[in-house]
Design a protein around this ligand. Sequence first.
Ligand code: CP
Ligand code: NVA
Length: 299
Amino acid sequence: MRHLLEIDDLNPSELKKVIALSLAEASPKVLDAKGVALIFEKPSGRTRNSMEMAVNQLGGHPVYIQPDELGIDVRETAEDVVRVMACYHAVLAARVFDHGRLERMAATNVMPVVNLLSDEAHPMQALADLLTMEQEIGLKDINRVAYVGDANNVWRSLAIGCSMLGIETSVASPPGYGPSDRDVERVLSAGGKLAVTKDPIEAVQGSDVVYTDVWTSMGQESERSARLDAFGQYRVDASLMSRASNRSLFMHCLPVHRGEEVTNEVIEGPQSKVFVQAENRMHSARGLLVWLAQQVSPA
Ligand code: CP
Ligand code: NVA
């Protein structure tokens, strides 16, 4: 039984395969007459819609489920929820506050469990981001992927995914918001180089991608004021972009707080690929679902 709680639940060749499947024009009906349960403990625009459409394109039926309907660990345990969902659905995908809840769900091993964002990881976003880099530059030609801002769920999955493909990454964060030692070890052990710095200019120097995300993630709203103070010097603007390579892309998972982590000029500029990323959420979701189906019934 295979799950995707973090991008390195795939091995590098499986990751390349999922990217290749995401690029495929045809949509094999691998989910014909099958259900996919989509549980969201937090809001979502891209993830819900891209998953629903990907399931539909593969012939399946997505069911969007709000947490109150299930009462996970209130009405019944997370483990029982998954065992029940396995009676109706081929895959369970969930957006949760606590990554540990996803681990408990996956440990039931009754159906594949996919992480649609947790406090720790956002592997479905990383799949779309790698697909975008492949289309826009070519993964084997990417010099360095720089991330400026909070070393959060989006950064972690992106950095691990790049590292698995041998792509060097850098991350610039203010004190207290950078990667933990465990994060650094995990990224390095995936195979690629990682530069950790407090200096955004150093991080983006010569890079082919400049990536940022919100300074305050869902669930951290009470920290917003402190984070605005801490991240004030970490905004991606035209001056910072000029330190990256001439062909550098600007990337952001969205939703964006314009004027906070990135200026309007950069996100609306010619280097910005944020809406390509958004579209690729659907293509990469389809690629991942096809790959998961192949693990159950090899072609
Ligand atoms: N990037 C992303 O996951 O967007 P949503 O929160 O809107 O799903
Ligand atoms: N880091 C953000 C990503 C949203 C897609 C969050 O967790 O809220």
